[in-house]
Design a protein around this ligand. Structure first.
Ligand SMILES: Nc1ncnc2c1ncn2[C@@H]1O[C@H](COP(=O)(O)OP(=O)(O)OP(=O)(O)O)[C@@H](O)[C@H]1O
Length: 382
């Protein structure tokens, strides 16, 4: 069994600043599920376990934290266990073993009644298939979660109308779901989830069924809402560009296991293994890597008065200031402290690295072995 590479170091004890903590979570489907954990079978790959026992290991010993206000993406190919994971987190599927807690409260140990309360008020899900009530108006659909919670009619309709406006559907309150497009129905799904003001939003491939342009709009909508509302979100997708766009951190799953957890920049700049490297190979690194990752000390005799750029600026966006002069840009952090410098050569070296990899790919070979300066954090020009 591989141990997950964690670009962001995470201890496996309960983290105090985590909104969600998952520890050693397993889900094994099938009659012989109980015969795997704690035995030698647990160390075998899922296919061998299935052949020997008939049981399917869908989630294997996963541990991670999600921090307040963070959008945590879980990404992997079909069948890697993403949906099972997110359903275990709300106990729509009972995990085989492990713990998951919400603000320190152990969800695995909750009574059925407490679980219902949590699902109604603290966690809301947005699914691929919108799950709207077809004969109820949009405003009724959005108010539904509040109705179940016993909120008064006037209050729940006021809140529902606010949420409908927030997701850009004002004027459609009295429509039926079937009268709206897929993208609009998914906006209703978002409004319905937000109406109960949950601490945690769980998105299970919410935009997979939408056309690419509508999908992009919806991703923008999630980003906008996250900027305004700062919800903690777990977002499942099998689409890397979606993961890179909406995720503060991304966990990559393979065969039920966590392979790497990190920021988009961690994954693109330092993939943990060939599986992750293969996922990110077509991503333009200059669109994801930031000035921070290229920053290095000033070189002897180098001008130190170039334009300042914030550390989070992507490399694509420092090309113009570099082109305007010869001095390297100054990479600044909190309080305008200078974290380091990035010059034209550093950017060219990054672009050249991408080109070399592309050429090797086109020739059907492997890319060049990694050299210092190819990866974020490596000293450049040293
Ligand atoms: N109810 C079930 N009974 C038996 N096996 C299941 C069940 N649900 C899922 N599995 C198996 O568990 C594994 C993980 O499935 P899961 O649906 O979680 O993957 P996924 O990454 O969400 O895939 P997709 O993107 O296709 O939805 C697969 O091998 C699947 O066949």
């Amino acid at each position: 069994m591989n141990s997950p590479a964690e670009s962001t170091a995470q201890p496996h004890n309960e983290s105090t600043d985590a909104r969600i903590s998952v520890r050693n979570l397993w889900k094994i489907f099938g009659k012989n599920a109980g015969s795997v954990i704690g035995t030698d079978l647990a160390d075998l790959d899922s296919e061998t376990v299935r052949k020997r026992t008939g049981a399917t290991v869908a989630v294997r010993d996963m541990s991670f934290d999600v921090h307040p206000g963070e959008t945590f993406v879980v990404m992997g190919l079909s069948g890697s266990g993403k949906s099972t994971l997110v359903r275990c987190m709300t106990r729509l599927i009972e995990p085989t073993s492990g713990t998951m807690s919400l603000d320190g409260e152990d969800i695995a140990a909750c009574s059925p009644q407490r679980l219902r309360e949590l699902r109604r008020s603290r966690m809301a899900m947005v699914f691929q298939h919108f799950g709207l009530l077809p004969h109820r108006r949009i405003v009724d659909n959005v108010a539904y979660g509040l109705e179940v919670r016993g909120v008064s009619r006037a209050q729940r309709y006021e809140r529902a109308r606010e949420m409908i406006e927030m997701v850009g559907l004002a004027g459609h309150e009295d429509s039926l779901p079937g009268q709206l497009s897929g993208g609009m129905q998914q906006r209703v799904g978002l409004a319905r989830a937000l109406a109960v003001d949950p601490e945690v939003l769980l998105f299970d491939e919410p935009f997979s069924a939408l056309d690419p342009l509508i999908r992009r709009d919806m991703q923008d909508e999630v980003l906008r809402l996250q900027r305004e509302l700062h919800k903690t979100a777990v977002f499942i997708t099998h689409d890397l560009s979606e993961a890179l766009k909406v995720g503060d951190r991304i966990a990559i799953m393979r065969d039920g296991e966590l392979v790497q957890t990190g920021t988009p920049e961690d994954l693109v700049g330092s993939p943990a293994d060939d599986y992750v490297r293969d996922f990110v190979k077509d991503v333009s690194r200059t669109a994801v890597l930031t000035a921070r990752s290229l920053a290095r000390p000033a070189l002897p005799g180098e001008a130190e008065d170039g334009p300042a750029v914030p550390a989070a600026t992507v490399v694509d966006d420092i090309v113009a200031p570099l082109a305007d002069g010869t001095a390297p840009v100054r990479v600044t952090g909190a309080g305008d402290t200078v974290l380091g410098y990035v010059g034209r050569d550093d950017v060219l070296r990054l672009i050249a690295g991408d080109r070399t990899a592309d050429a090797a790919k086109a020739a059907g070979g492997q890319s060049e072995p990694r050299r210092p300066g190819d990866a974020p954090g490596d000293p450049v020009g040293a």
